[in-house]
Ligand binder design. Structure first.
Ligand SMILES: *Cc1c(COP(=O)(O)O)cnc(C)c1O
Length: 456
């Protein structure tokens, strides 16, 4: 039913509407998943192979085929600090674009860490605590995941060690202070505290780092200490699973608005905020024959879904993490230091990759400057300053709204505004003073990295 006031702007749910279960898309997939492989033996991974890195509860979720997985009460209780998140109708952006399209966005930037990442940091901290773990090691790109895990570590009384990609460590010093305020220990990656980091620095002393390198350092840290496990902020099935609270709430809120989205859009770094919003809608496509168009948006400088190959590859640069089937630019590929640090990754979640490979979702890539242009246009109309990552989704939402205008169609567009940009003002400053870089697709670097794919 449409709202009685056509200007209604926020669609807000009561705390009692926080979902009680996560939605597991594995139950509805029309095509089988390819098993992850051991980086050494290259045989399918068993639960015991993952046990040094993750607690059993999360390993179970990684391979589960149950459609619904109950959210433990302490996790739901922590979710109350920021969930349900609001859904907005972008009336003012629609006016500026003079489009007949209806544009909606789900806003995840109101969480304490400023992004969707606490949706999975909290359950990961909870299950590790329950398993008796004392310390978590992780990587962070833009600092969003590190902030979220540091926050969750504070809630559940766990030590947190964060390997922060050097390029972001230098660009975003205040993210480090936020993590330290929550009690985490932060080092720039590559660092001198792991064998892998020392080896990289010996060869490339001024390495800007990458998510792939930082993952290798955190995995080495966790694998070599008994009291420590590893936590990943994206890519893995259990991470995407935890994010589905976003889409479940959005389905209910779109119902309050009396609409159903024709197009659902998310930016993709490792795929988790995209999956969180879109998988519950995709589940409707699979189970009920709904026809939501689903679009993943990625940077031209790291376009794994649109330009990568679908193949088995290492999740990290040091080749210590499991080998998974995904869209990849090669694990040796180090993206340019784009400002959307969360999208600087050579690979993509295996689930998102599988869905793209079988055309259940679409993907497109966009240039850095055009994403900031969209972000500034959005901020001037709607007020919220988006993080550089969701400006990719905003670019696509605006482009679709302009296409709808050309066609004279009142399309309903929903996108995920997965984080705010308050720590990214130096990036906006570069855009505003005209010095923001624009990177082309690095075809030769990718070709070189793809030559190093494992032969499987
Ligand atoms: C981490 C992050 C991303 C990229 O990760 P996904 O798993 O693709 O969501 C995008 N946006 C923000 C705000 C992030 O913090």
């Amino acid at each position: 039913m449409a709202p009685s006031d056509p200007r209604q702007t926020k669609f807000v749910l009561d705390e009692s509407r926080i979902p009680r279960a996560w939605y597991n898309i594995a139950a509805d997939l029309p095509v089988p998943q390819s098993p992850p492989l051991h980086p050494g033996t290259r045989q399918p991974l068993g639960p015991d192979d993952l046990a040094p890195l993750f607690p059993m509860a999360l390993i179970g979720q990684e391979v589960s085929a149950e459609r619904e997985i109950e959210i433990p009460e302490p996790v739901r209780d922590a979710y109350r600090l920021f969930r349900p998140s609001p859904l907005f109708r972008a009336h003012r952006l629609e006016t500026v674009l003079d489009t007949p399209a209806h544009i909606y966005y789900k806003y995840e930037g109101g969480s304490p860490a400023g992004s969707h990442k606490p949706n999975t940091a909290i359950p990961q901290a909870f299950y590790n605590k329950e398993a008796g773990v004392k310390r978590l090691a992780t990587e962070t790109g833009a600092g969003q995941w590190g902030s979220a895990l540091a926050f969750a570590g504070a809630l559940f009384d766990l030590e947190v060690k964060v390997y922060m990609v050097r390029a972001s460590y230098d660009q975003k010093p205040y993210r480090r202070v936020l993590m330290e305020t929550y009690g985490a220990e932060v080092v720039a990656s590559p660092s001198l505290t792991t064998n892998y980091g020392r080896a990289v620095l010996a060869e490339t002393p001024d390495s800007p780092g990458s998510l792939g390198m930082a993952i290798s350092e955190a995995v080495e840290d966790a694998a070599t200490r008994d009291d420590t496990k590893y936590a990943l902020g994206s890519v893995l099935n259990h991470v995407l699973l935890h994010q589905t609270v976003i889409g479940q709430e959005a389905i209910e809120q779109m119902g309050m608005a009396g609409e159903s989205p024709d197009i659902v859009i998310g930016c993709t770094g490792g795929g988790s905020n995209f999956a969180g919003l879109t998988f519950p809608f995709l589940g409707r496509n699979f189970r009920e024959g709904a026809k939501h168009r689903i679009i993943a948006v990625e940077p031209e400088a790291a376009p794994s879904l649109t330009r990568g190959v679908y193949a088995y590859d290492f999740g990290d640069t040091g080749k210590m993490a499991p080998i998974v089937k995904m869209h990849t630019l090669g694990s040796d590929f180090i993206p340019e230091p784009i400002h959307a640090g969360g999208l600087r990754y050579h690979g993509m979640s295996p689930l998102v990759s599988l869905l793209k490979e079988h055309d259940f979702i679409e993907a497109r890539s966009v240039h850095q400057r055009s994403t900031f242009e969209a972000g500034v246009q959005f901020a001037r109309a709607e007020g919220i300053l988006p993080a550089p990552e969701p400006t990719h989704a905003i670019r696509a939402a605006i482009d679709e709204a302009l296409l709808a205008k050309e066609a004279g169609e009142a399309k309903v567009i929903l996108f995920n505004l997965c984080g705010h940009g308050h720590f990214d003002l130096s990036s906006y400053e570069r855009y505003l003073d005209g010095s923001l870089e624009d990177y082309e697709y690095p075809i030769e670097k990718v070709a070189a990295a793809l030559a190093g794919l494992p032969q499987i």
